[in-house]
Design a protein around this ligand. Structure first.
Ligand SMILES: Nc1nc2c(c(=O)[nH]1)N[C@H]1C(S)=C(S)[C@@H](COP(=O)(O)OP(=O)(O)OC[C@H]3O[C@@H](n4cnc5c(=O)[nH]c(N)nc54)[C@H](O)[C@@H]3O)O[C@H]1N2
Ligand SMILES: Nc1nc2c(c(=O)[nH]1)N[C@H]1C(S)=C(S)[C@@H](COP(=O)(O)OP(=O)(O)OC[C@H]3O[C@@H](n4cnc5c(=O)[nH]c(N)nc54)[C@H](O)[C@@H]3O)O[C@H]1N2
Ligand SMILES: [Mo]
Length: 763
């Protein structure tokens, strides 16, 4: 207990700067106006925002939160608006811009400045003699890339996708990979919710969450782990607020006191807006230690088991446990073997706090578990999920209305891309069906995920990277090593909307291909096209972009993928790249044929208000697991950290600010945390500062203590006191990515452990 004496995780540290207004509300409108005033012009943005996330409207390019059937007048949030305005900027990075700047010059700029140059407008090829991108015609680019791909072994190439692209583009992309001859289809979720895809699939036979929006109307309690709603999925605050208003309890576990989870002013509610009285969101907020959720859940499970002992057959859902699960006894034995003192140390929370939290659970008939990167991006992230599933299943809180487990997903279509075949694991894809549809023999060997692709780049096995979106040089772990490996690639092709750091690290042959964004009108042979995406709650929505595309020579992602494929592959009478590009409805027919259960009557249903539900077997208590049942997990570790630290070793948590979308930095205001002006900071609590002899404003270096021979450090960070548990420091993603070792990842899914890397502070 000694460690927890110093810093009481229920008390807010008064010296920590805090944003005085609630999430949402005027503050968030201000945030929008700030960007509105900057660089956006024309009525396009206003019209797009008015149609955002509405039936027959356009689906936001920011997060993957659900779009309700009865939308608000403005069904967008501050960060959705930022994403929209950022895409519809009037700034352009065209051939003139590239003629004026060498890449070495551009490498001196900040990431923020690079994207601020605006939209890419013409296909470009890197010319090493001039160190510049030069204009190239599309046909020439396709032919050259096709020729190189034909020369390379398909298995030495990697087709990455960042979760933006539509179901249609994604389906064609995976088809291209398989016809060409590989399953190397890593996706952003490999760095994100891969722990979910692997973990939930193994535990409950579903790689995605079980909840739908209606469940939030019925639940009595929500347990929230490591998901920052106020910044990363702000529209989710609406159903949360509604739940709180009708008496639902929200219990949050997060090392950081995230404003959006504390209180919220509803911008749709005029009374709240004028009176300004925020709704309290979390009824209980526990500043758990990073990696401490296994212990916190173990503590709560122990309390539930004790309650059952005191009142046999009145607490646990024995019927559910008997009929639907395996491994209950082993789980109970493992949890009971954990001492309270260990639980308190690993979680940083007291027994009393965990009893309070468990009481909420015991008093609720219907409970939902929500989680994000705080659970998935750890070495033992899988056990985090196992413990959350254990906790929920004790009282049958999966597969009943008003209950369930709900990961909050990242990019707007990250989940959907997986659904239609973007997967490095061939067993997840109906390859037999695709072989029959397209008359070919599909590759059956395991493909490379993101970490394996990095290893392949480092040891030279990977010769070509094609990126359908993303900024891997920034997003990946071990930045310095990965950045240095990029120039060794034979071929690098980036399909993108805006310039980013990855584009400045060319391979031997390099193309930068500009694509339309989802918000823009997409005209093809049969007229304007619509596309579809899937949200976190497994609903599918049609989206029609109507904003004017940037002038120049851009193509849709579908057109680009089809162009690359046609230039690479031998003609095949069953494969009609040009015809599919001319009419996206035909691609939806292919998706329906490949996945008949998920996409029945796809074209007819794509504009159903609120989206159409793809269904989830676990929701119906059909467990598509090996045993045919849902599995309890016996924990083998008490912390999700791979390195528990101790002494001067601190756990580094990398955070997103409220002013960024992943590697895209909108600005330098993290207003919900009261942090302004700089991203080169390291947050430490005052007690730890005193212990380590640090002073506020001091410039320090963070050094990785990971046990290998590689020197990993980030210099020039300003020490900033902040209310955090002992033993940890926090700072921003992607600035601190050089400190996360590639090999330090989740054990089963290889999701990088971005929330728990061991570091030391050097004065
Ligand atoms: N505006 C905006 N929206 C976004 C994004 C964005 O960058 N900006 N990114 C999108 C993407 S790709 C994703 S994946 C999602 C990410 O959304 P989130 O899942 O919310 O991810 P993070 O912001 O990385 O971290 C989540 C929270 O985990 C907490 N945390 C850290 N370690 C632990 C731990 O050990 N235990 C617990 N209980 N909590 C912990 C952090 O304090 C933080 O509040 O958001 C998506 N939406
Ligand atoms: N330390 C640390 N690292 C992390 C994380 C963390 O929490 N901590 N989070 C991880 C997570 S959850 C994720 S998902 C990854 C994200 O990693 P990435 O997949 O790299 O994602 P983004 O940063 O969203 O990619 C931004 C780029 O995508 C391009 N883009 C934007 N819109 C479009 C579009 O519509 N089409 C196309 N083709 N391109 C577009 C733009 O050029 C933009 O520069 O980062 C991971 N890295
Ligand atoms: Mo993500």
């Amino acid at each position: 207990m000694a460690d927890t004496d110093r810093h009481d995780p229920t008390e807010h540290d008064e010296n920590t700067p805090e944003y005085e207004n609630a999430a949402g509300g005027w503050g968030s409108l201000e945030g929008i106006t700030r960007i509105f005033g900057k660089e956006w012009d024309s009525g396009d943005a206003a019209r797009t925002l008015a149609r955002q996330n509405k039936p027959e409207g356009v689906m936001c390019t920011s997060c993957a939160w659900a779009k309700p059937a009865n939308p608000h007048a403005f069904e967008f949030c501050e960060n959705g608006a930022k994403a929209t305005l950022h895409e519809l900027t009037s700034h352009r990075a065209g051939p003139d811009f590239f003629a004026a700047h060498t890449l070495s010059e551009l490498r001196d700029r900040q990431d923020y400045e690079l994207e601020r140059e605006g939209r890419l407008t013409h296909p470009m090829r890197y010319d090493a003699t001039q160190d510049r991108y030069m204009r190239v015609e599309w046909e020439e680019a396709f032919a050259a890339i096709g020729a190189t791909l034909k020369r390379l072994d398909p298995k030495s190439t990697v087709f990455y996708s960042s979760g933006h692209a539509s179901l249609e583009a994604s389906y064609l992309y995976q088809l291209f990979a398989r016809l060409y001859g590989h399953n190397n289809l890593p996706q952003s979720s490999n760095m994100c919710h891969e722990t979910t895809s692997v973990g939930l699939d193994e535990l409950i036979g579903s790689p995605v969450g079980t909840c739908v929006l209606e469940d939030f109307d019925e639940c009595d309690a929500i347990f929230f782990f490591g998901q920052n709603t106020g910044s990363n999925s702000p529209r989710f605050l609406h159903p949360l607020k509604a739940a709180v208003d009708r008496g639902c309890k929200i219990v949050t576990f997060n090392p950081v006191r995230e404003k959006g989870l504390i209180e919220f002013v509803d911008p749709q509610n005029p009374l709240q807006m004028t009176v300004g009285k925020p709704t309290k969101i979390s009824t209980h907020y526990f500043q758990v230690r990073p990696g401490g959720d296994i212990a916190a859940l173990a503590g709560m499970i122990r309390v539930v088991l004790d309650a059952e002992d005191a009142a046999p057959h009145e607490v646990l859902d024995h019927d559910f446990i008997r009929t639907h699960t395996t491994g209950f006894d082993e789980m109970v034995a493992a949890v009971r073997a954990m001492e309270w003192s260990e639980i308190e140390r690993a979680s940083g929370l007291t027994q009393e706090m965990l009893r309070t939290a468990a009481d909420v659970y015991l008093n609720a008939r219907k409970v939902i578990g929500i989680y994000g990167m705080g659970l998935t991006q750890h070495v033992h992230g899988w056990q985090n999920l196992g413990m959350l599933v254990n906790f929920l299943m004790l009282r049958g809180n999966i597969g009943r209305p008003g209950t369930g487990i709900s990961p909050v997903r990242g990019h707007s279509n990250v989940q959907g891309q997986r659904t239609v075949g973007i997967a490095e694991k061939p067993k997840l894809v109906p390859l037999d069906k695709m072989e029959e549809m397209f008359g070919f023999t599909a590759p059956r060997d395991e493909g490379l995920n993101a970490v394996h692709a990095c290893e392949g780049m480092l040891d030279g096995r990977v010769k070509a990277m094609i990126l359908l979106g993303g900024n891997l040089v920034r997003a990946l772990p071990d930045r310095e090593r990965m950045e240095a490996a990029w120039p060794d690639l034979d071929l690098s092709v980036c399909i993108a909307t805006k310039l980013n750091r990855t584009h400045l690290r060319p391979g031997k042959e390099t193309y930068l291909l500009p694509c339309l964004g989802r918000l823009e009108e997409d005209l093809q042979a049969t007229g304007p096209q619509a596309v579809t995406i899937e949200c976190s709650l497994s609903h599918i929505y049609g989206s029609i972009g109507k904003a004017r595309a940037p002038e120049g020579d851009l193509k849709s992602e579908i057109d680009i993928v089809a162009g690359l494929a046609a230039a690479t592959l031998e003609p095949n009478p069953k494969v009609d790249w040009a015809g599919w590009t001319g009419d996206y409805a035909r691609i939806r027919d292919l998706i329906e044929e490949s996945y008949p259960d998920d996409f029945r009557d796809f074209n007819a249903r794509m504009f159903e208000p609120g989206g159409f539900y793809r269904g989830n077997s676990a929701r119906d208590r059909t467990w598509q697991t090996e045993s045919g049942k849902a599995g309890f997990t016996a924990p083998t570790v008490i912390s999700a950290l791979g390195d528990m630290g101790g002494g001067d070793v601190m756990t580094l948590v990398t955070l997103r600010s409220n002013d960024q979308f992943n590697t895209t930095i909108y600005g330098f205001s993290d207003r919900l945390r009261g942090l302004e002006g700089s991203r080169d900071i390291v947050l430490v609590n005052r007690e730890e500062m005193a212990r380590l002899g640090l002073s506020e404003g001091q410039i320090v270096t963070l050094v990785s203590t990971y046990d290998d021979d590689i020197d990993r450090r980030v210099r020039g960070l300003t020490v900033t006191p902040y209310d955090l548990p002992d033993g940890c420091v926090a700072g921003y993603y992607p600035e601190l990515n050089p400190l996360v070792p590639l090999a330090y990842h989740e054990t089963k899914s290889q999701t990088p452990a971005y929330k728990g890397a061991p570091v030391r502070i050097e004065a």
